[in-house]
Design a protein around this ligand. Structure first.
Ligand SMILES: [Zn+2]
Length: 355
């Protein structure tokens, strides 16, 4: 009962905050719109002809090609210059000038090659593709995708022995039950060493199933190489295993930050100067490692526009994300109203990031 009440109180608070942010958006935009913003995308697919049912956290990381095009036109209409990540520092430091927008895409899904590349080429938009080498090497653990597909295929109930030895069954009686089941499974990936979680996934979900899914959903090196040679596209690093870096050991952190860069550079034969933190998992120790590795910039998943002070925190740049296909959420996020409320009138820098 107490749990239900606190859940209700939490969702009420979120809804109330959203309402206040939406009301404040037009008033805050002139100042809190900042110098510009970095937009974060993950999966981008053509809009389905009939609405699809979705389950699990991945549904929040997918947008449609049509909606992204609408967003690009919104930025054009509102006078934003599309630039790429390598120009951000210079533009933040400029005293005057038009607002700018940088489009970034995380992970390494095939959508980057099949849908985002032609869309942005047609619209003449430069963009950065942050790839984790696990996605390209088919070692990524697409556990949430796999469970969602099993549910959609009617392969239910699903019973798993979880990494903590408890047994969990999803009977799929409601969307909520399915969402919670997938989220519970995926949460272990953020609490365990990557190899241990991988072994659990292989045992419970099937190694072949995961590799087959990665084959369908991820780019290959030929495609990455082709994109790297497109003058409109910058390839950035997004770690080796796509682990939350604030939680990994010091030796593993070195591998994630340095080896991802070395691997990508050896494949595309070009320098890799920009980094994105998987899950936005960041600490000062992680930021120092990224700086030491020589990256010029690094991006988080914290939602905020960019201001002059971000030039002094170029390895912890905020990005704007929005709920897929939700215009109001997008407008509020870009106006700066969300972050104004979230940071209580402060701007996002490295202040508040744990050691
Ligand atoms: Zn990612």
């Amino acid at each position: 009962m107490r749990q239900t009440l606190s859940k209700f109180a939490r969702s009420f608070k979120v809804a109330a905050r959203k309402k206040v942010a939406t009301t404040l958006a037009p008033f805050l935009r002139p100042i809190w719109g900042g110098k510009g913003c970095i937009v974060m995308l993950h999966r981008v697919l053509p809009a389905p002809t009939t609405p699809r049912q979705r389950f699990g956290p991945e549904q929040h990381y997918e947008d449609s090609v049509e909606h992204v095009e609408k967003i690009v036109h919104w930025f054009f209409r509102n006078g934003y210059d599309p630039i790429n990540i390598d120009q951000v520092e210079e533009r933040i430091k400029q005293k005057n000038g038009r607002r700018f927008v940088v489009f970034t895409v995380d992970d390494g899904y095939i959508d980057g090659y099949q849908h985002i590349r032609p869309l942005f080429k047609r619209l003449n938009i430069p963009w950065t593709f942050y790839i984790s080498t696990a996605h390209i090497n088919r070692t990524v653990l697409l556990d949430a995708h796999l469970l969602e597909r099993r549910i959609l295929a009617g392969d239910i109930p699903i019973t798993l022995e979880l990494p903590d030895s408890s047994v969990s069954t999803c009977y799929c009686n409601s969307s909520r039950e399915c969402d919670e089941f997938i989220s519970k499974v995926v949460s272990f990936s953020k609490q365990m060493e990557w190899e241990k979680y991988r072994d659990w996934c292989w045992e419970q979900l099937g190694r072949q199933n995961l590799e087959d899914l990665a084959d369908q959903l991820c780019c290959n090196w030929d495609q990455v190489r082709e994109m790297a040679h497109d003058p409109n596209i910058i390839i950035g690093a997004h770690s080796v295993t796509h682990s939350p870096l604030a939680l990994v050991s010091a030796p593993q952190l070195g591998i994630e930050v340095r080896d991802s860069r070395k691997i990508i550079e050896s494949k595309i034969d070009m320098p890799v100067d920009h980094f994105a933190y998987p899950y936005g998992s960041v600490s000062m120790r992680v930021i120092e490692e990224v700086k030491k590795a020589g990256y010029s910039t690094a991006v988080t998943t914290t939602c905020c526009n960019l201001f002059e002070q971000n030039a002094r925190h170029i390895h912890a740049l905020p990005r704007i994300s929005w709920g897929a296909n939700d215009e109001t959420t997008f407008n509020t996020a870009v106006s700066g109203a969300d972050s104004f409320i979230l940071f209580r009138g402060q701007r996002f820098t490295t202040r508040g990031i744990p050691d």
